[in-house]
Design a protein around this ligand. Structure first.
Ligand code: HEC
Ligand code: HEC
Length: 261
């Protein structure tokens, strides 16, 4: 019935205005921008980024780009690289034409400049104690666990324990964990580097150690019922099947060993 009404009103419209002659003229009066010519931030961000990073850069499933500390942490080059090349092994897609995506260099620039203009605090100097975006330090996972027990457990227990859950960790790279620990996620109530540790600042080494601890809890088979042990720890079941050591770490132990029998 609706289809019929729509068709009928379209036909009526055509009778009044003459569709055939009118449509091409409408196009020339309001030229449609070709997708690769679009260089304004709002539509580019809305079409390509908002579903994961939130409609105004906050509250999305992926980290908040509308966070002045994150904008301070990442320089233009690394923002551009993340957008162009994506983050391998994560859900962050590669958008650059050079990497098989749809966005031109000019569009990537428009995104970077637009984020800076809207979401960075202009004219502030990066505090010298702020841990850098990347580090050459080696993480100490057991020290990281101590920090976690003292400084993170107070908030991350019960339902919020999930940051040490192998399934959560499978979705997020070490680099993103580092960014979250330094920049915080003010949109969901996680404090940044200046206050995350019982109200005082964390150093590069401490951030690196906590990331090493969280990384040590990743599983090769996230979300699967039997092999979701942190790396290398054989389950009772795996031990019964007597798999070889390297099969234990791939987590694909049960099926091949069953078939071998
Ligand atoms: C399908 C979901 C998805 C879409 C769409 C997406 N992102 Fe991401 N983005 C992610 C995830 C997930 C991460 C974290 C990746 C990781 O674990 O390192 C990320 C990371 C980033 C980072 C890196 C932050 C850092 O720590 O270095 C930047 C910058 C970024 N995204 C910008 C964008 C922009 C700009 C767009 C739109 C052009 C976009 N993203 C679209 C999911 C997405
Ligand atoms: C003052 C409370 C508080 C402290 C202290 C705190 N967090 Fe959080 N954190 C939160 C809240 C609230 C969230 C958002 C809720 C959630 O994800 O369950 C969060 C989110 C996170 C996330 C992101 C989860 C996501 O969805 O992407 C990570 C990672 C994280 N915290 C790690 C840590 C680590 C590691 C520490 C210790 C160095 C720490 N947090 C200390 C409150 C805190």
């Amino acid at each position: 019935m609706r289809t019929f009404l729509a068709a009928a009103s379209l036909a009526a419209g055509c009778l009044l205005s003459g569709c055939g002659s009118h449509l091409p003229r409408m196009n020339s009066e309001q030229p449609v921008t070709r997708p690769d010519q679009l260089v304004s931030f709002e539509p580019l961000y809305a079409q390509n980024c908002s579903a994961c990073h939130g409609s105004s850069g906050q509250g999305g499933p992926a980290l908040d780009l509308n966070n002045p500390v994150l904008q301070q942490l990442l320089d233009d080059g690394s923002l551009r690289r993340s957008i162009q090349d994506g983050v391998a092994g994560t859900l962050m897609p590669a958008f650059g034409e050079s990497a098989g995506g749809m966005l031109t260099d000019a569009q990537v620039d428009a995104l970077v400049k637009g984020m800076r203009a809207r979401w960075a605090t202009q004219g502030t100097v990066r505090p010298v104690q702020m841990p850098p975006e990347t580090t050459a330090l080696i993480g100490n996972a057991s020290h990281g666990e101590q920090i976690y027990q003292v400084d993170c457990r107070s908030c991350h227990s019960g339902a919020r324990q999930r940051v040490t859950d192998p399934t959560y960790l499978a979705l997020v790279s070490d680099q993103a964990l580092r960014a979250i620990l330094i920049a915080g996620r003010p949109d969901i109530g996680h404090p940044g580097w200046q206050t995350v540790a019982q109200g005082h600042a964390v150093s590069d080494q401490e951030v690196t150690d906590v990331v090493a601890y969280l990384a040590s809890r990743r599983s090769m088979t996230p979300g699967q019922p039997y092999a979701a042990q942190p790396q290398g720890e054989p389950t009772t079941m795996a031990a019964e099947h007597k798999p070889t050591t390297e099969k234990q770490t791939t987590g694909r132990t049960t099926e091949p060993s069953r078939m071998e029998k």
